[in-house]
Every structure is written in structure tokens, then in C-alpha cells.
Design a binder for this molecule. Sequence first.
Ligand code: HAM
Length: 426
Amino acid sequence: MAKNVQAIRGMHDILPSQTPLWQLLEDRVRNVLERYGYREIRMPLVEQTELFKRSIGEVTDIVEKEMYTFDDRNGDSLTLRPEGTAGCVRAGIENGLLYNQVQRLWYQGPMFRHERPQKGRYRQFQQIGVEAFGMAGPDIDLELILITHRIWQTLGLSDGLELQINSLGTADERLVYRELLVEYLSSYLDQLDEESRRRLKGNPLRILDSKNPDMRELIAGAPALMDHLGEESQAHFDAICAGLDAVGVVYVINPRLVRGLDYYARTVFEWVTDRLGAQGTVCAGGRYDGLVEQLGGRATTAVGFAVGVERLVALLEEAGIEPEEQVDAYLVLMGDEPQRQGLLLAERLRDQLPGLRLLTHCGGGGFKSQFKKADRSGARFALILGEDELAKGVVGVKNLREQTEQQEIALDQLAEFFKKNEENGI
Ligand code: HAM
């Protein structure tokens, strides 16, 4: 037998048994975003490598070691997008969507990072991302956080998630702070691990994000950027906190929250849970006022976030949330003429009842086997059409989910039967 070709490590199929939960999540998120006036944008999965180097930053895990980069046949260096913000900004500049305008955008789709796969961390994963352009004040930061909060509410997930926020100040403020931090860390050089020593020159703020338990105390004692914010950055941050307090959204200020991408300034936030093991961040984002200009556009303020869909799906599964069944009725057809007539009946029902999810049995077979398939389909009702029923002008209707007698319903009354059931919420 030929050897199977397998999927790539860290890249998963989402099977038909799983898609209903994905669809439930996607529908609800889309609905919340529409209610806040966000519009969908779709970008390519592949971009020039340069785009990610210039936006995410050369000295970041993503650019240094996680990108799927290759030369295409022209010799251009291309990369499978590791995230959506860079591509969204590129598209916005290229299509004239940003300058002097306000944009509220969202996107959805796969992202690619060559990380070590584990539960909740994949090499191809899905994000739903939101980006808002042209609004400088804290009100839009607040709006985005409230959107995320409403998403959790509509999914029934509010309980297990904690909002952490921080301010990274402006680029200038960070420069001053960076010196203080390097000075502090340099005086404990012997306590830094190898990775942190390397980061000390290129990206010292990332050291604060280290998960190495041996460095915990050292990091806890480091000066906090929060204590070195300028007046405007402080006011911006305070206004967000005040807004969250007013709406009653609980948050934790985490001065060590620095994020793994370089484009952020001022507000950063994450939603974390302890229910998913090590990969507990289900949503992350922040303000990136400098990025549009950095990528060649005119200076435009911006803020956004992205939700990790796999992690959110895992949370829904953990919470025992099950989408409703997908099939309302399964049409069992016994004999040649019932098969021909059944097709017409099914089409008529679909004309009359646009909401009805009806599976018609195909491929023949005995009554028992068809009935088994009806049951396995998850349908609430089996509709049975054989020679006898056809002669009488009726259809046998059996509720597969309740212990009730099979009934006979006249062919022309069938649509009415389903309408009534729907009204009764069955
Ligand atoms: P990020 O923190 O790199 O930010 O990713 C956002 C979310 O994507 C994470 O919180 C996590 O839920 C999910 N995620 C990231 N990597 C993986 C992975 N390997 N497997 C599974 N899920 C993953 C961004 O990507 C920014 N573009 C967010 C943003 C938008 N900031 C402003 N606008």
C-alpha cells in the first residue's frame, strides 16, 4: 500500500464535527463587530518578507526564528503572514484607506508561525483581528476592549478571563526607560540567562517578558515603565482605566506586559485564562501609532487586537458549550417511485421553508440502514416515504429524539407541521 501523506506538524484539519463550534464562534464575533460598525477586509496570506521585518521588528522571536520565508520563482523573498496587522496597514496605505480618514476594520484567517507546537500553540492558527485607524484618543482603545469584553459575554465565557493592561509610553519615553532598564539589568549580568543577555542590546524590554523562574525576582525589582510615562501617556492610560471602571469591566494593571511585537506604543492589553495550560492568552493587542508612517504612509494613529480562535474554541469546549444540531430532518426513501417523488418533495419543502435543514437519503439501501443513518445524522425527525405512504399521500414522521409514536402527515401538510414545530421552539 502507498505510504500516507500526512499533514504538516502544527497544522490541523478542522473536522466537520468541530466546525459547528467554530461557526458559532465566528458568527457571534462577526455579529458583535457589525454592531460596533466594523467592516471586513481580506488580505493575501503571503506578503513581502520586508513588510514583517519592518513592522514586527528584526529582534523579535517572530522575525528571528518563526517566519515561513521562501524565495518565489522570481527570487523575491516572501513570507506567509505570521499576523494580520502588518498586512492590514500595508493594504490600507496601498488603497488609500488611511490618510485623513477613520477606519474600523476586521479580518479573519490563518496565520503562520514556526513555533514549537503544543496544546494551544500551532504553526498554522486562526486569528480574528480588529484594527481601528485615525483615532488618537483613549476612547477608541476603550471601545476595542469593550468589544472584546462583549465577545466573551456573548460566548458565555466572561468568568474565566482576566484583562491585563499596561502602557508602553511613546517611543521617546521608551528610549529613556530603556537606558534605565539596561543600566539596572547590566548590574546583574551574571543572573541573566543567555537569551536575555542577547536581548540586552537588541530588545531589552522583552527581557521583562521572560518566563525563566530563576530571573523572576530580578525582573520584579526592575524599574517599571509605568513609573516613567510622560504626562500625555499617563492621561491616556488613566482615561482608559476610568472608562473601564465606569462600565464595570474588571482589569489588572500588569507593568510587565510588553508584547512580542515591536510596533506598540502606549496601550497594550491581553486577555488571559488559567484554563488552557501554558498558552493562556486568548486575545492581545494595543496601540501602534507609529506603524503606518514606518511602513511608508502618512502618520496615522492606530490601535487593534487579535483573538486566537483555536484557544477560544478550546475554552468553549472546556465550558461544555455545544452548538445546536445541524439537521432538522432526514428523508428516508424506500423504493424507486418514492425516491423520484422524494426528490421533488424535498425541493418543495426547501422552497417553502428556507430555514429547514433537510438531508435527503441518497444511495438506496434497506429501511434499517437508512434509519440508522437518519439517527446518526443528528436529525430531530426522520421522514419516511415508501410505496404505502405514497399511495396514501402521506409521509411517516418519527421524532428521533423523543419516545413518541410515529405519525402520518399528509404531504401537503408537511410544511405546516415544520412551521408549527419551529413556532413551538422544537
Ligand atoms: P499576538 O499576540 O502575536 O498579536 O497574537 C494574538 C493572539 O493570537 C494571541 O493572543 C493568541 O491567542 C493567538 N496566537 C498567537 N500565536 C499563536 C499560535 N502559534 N498558535 C495559536 N494561537 C496563537 C498579534 O498577532 C497582533 N497582530 C495583534 C494586534 C492586532 N495588535 C494590534 N492589532
